[in-house]
Design a protein around this ligand. Sequence first.
Ligand code: FES
Length: 254
Amino acid sequence: MNFHLKVWRQKASNAPGKLESYEAKNIPAEASFLEMLDIVNDDLVAKGQEPIAFDHDCREGICGMCSAVINGVPHGKDRGVGTTCQLYMRKFQDGETITIEPFRAGSFPIIRDLSTNRAAFDRIIQAGGFISERSGSAPEANSVPIPKTIADEAMDAAACIGCGACVAACPNSSAMLFVSAKVNHLNLLPQGKPEKHRRVLGMVKQMDAEGFGNCSNYYECEAVCPAHVPASFITSMNREYTVAAARKSAGATG
Ligand code: FES
């Protein structure tokens, strides 16, 4: 298969960027999108040109590193089905023009080309996305009974891989789907409850400090999320935040 690519090239976060054209030739239909970029990069290197920088790690939809906006959609045309690394070239038409851009958000500065700095998500996790339990050997699985409905909901929240597609898709660059997934994952479970008020206040405060926008119900985040995290978690987080803020203003600690 052959494709005409328009790829965002930018040498550094403060450098100007622009779309540049490349031909991707003789791409196997079974190649993944990232493997297609590998082939294009091999060709660029052979010609003595700079390869296209892009983020990747696991290449199997787990780590959340891959992050391209493909023809205007974060993670591309399978919209909400998988990550960029799980997209295959057979999904495209032979001869198609494909535009590839980085995730665009003020809180995700471009490092180079398609590679963005998403450390803002790490700082939000550091603000409360953990439990302060002593680690050690794994407890007996049935020692803390958790109702099936709660366990299922917590698992749905834990599915978030922190890729940032929700931010890239949102007109407000809101990170509320990501933050609400992380808050709900822990706040729903008995192990996370002792710190639940501190957690939601800390993580929302850090989210605001990082410059992410607020949710105004576009639902674009939910539509592109490769882990199918539902936007209803945002409602749950807002409820948890309201309770925690009221407790705090009434003088409660913890
Ligand atoms: S490279 Fe890990 S999710 Fe795509």
